[in-house]
Design a protein. Sequence first.
Length: 170
Amino acid sequence: MQKRDLLLGMLLMGMLCSRVALGAEAHTNDEKAIRALNQRFHAAFKAKDVNAIMSVYVPDESLFVFDVVPPRQYVGAKAYRKDFEDFLAAFPGPMEYEITDLSITASGPLGFSHRIDTLVLTDKEGKRVNLVARVTDVYRKSKGKWLIIHEHVSVPVDLATGKPDVLSKP
């Protein structure tokens, strides 16, 4: 009887371990998919391709964004598309763009990430503008596809002067 109990225990332990491993694999695959979404955004932004940029966001009016530029919030994909169009029109020249410190967490149908975006933009007069922004995204997985449903882009503010710190360092 002890041999049978031992075999049953080993079988149950094996099933549990494989279930845990499968869950970890799904978790890793979700994080990889979100990382790939961030890479697509990076490429689309550098290419100044608004359609490709917007392809990483939920395409309806449920999108909610706090951007670094006014107004206080953008509600819906149409409003945020316009924000990107205006931003890219203001900086038509060469661009450098780097994403660093990307951290991703996913669990079930929701995930979030935070990262640092470092940009060197060129405005209409040829002036180079440096900007370091903090970006937090919230994702939802629907029909096997991850999309951003909420975004918060910000820069620190020096409370003594009320001025933004657009070159913020850690």
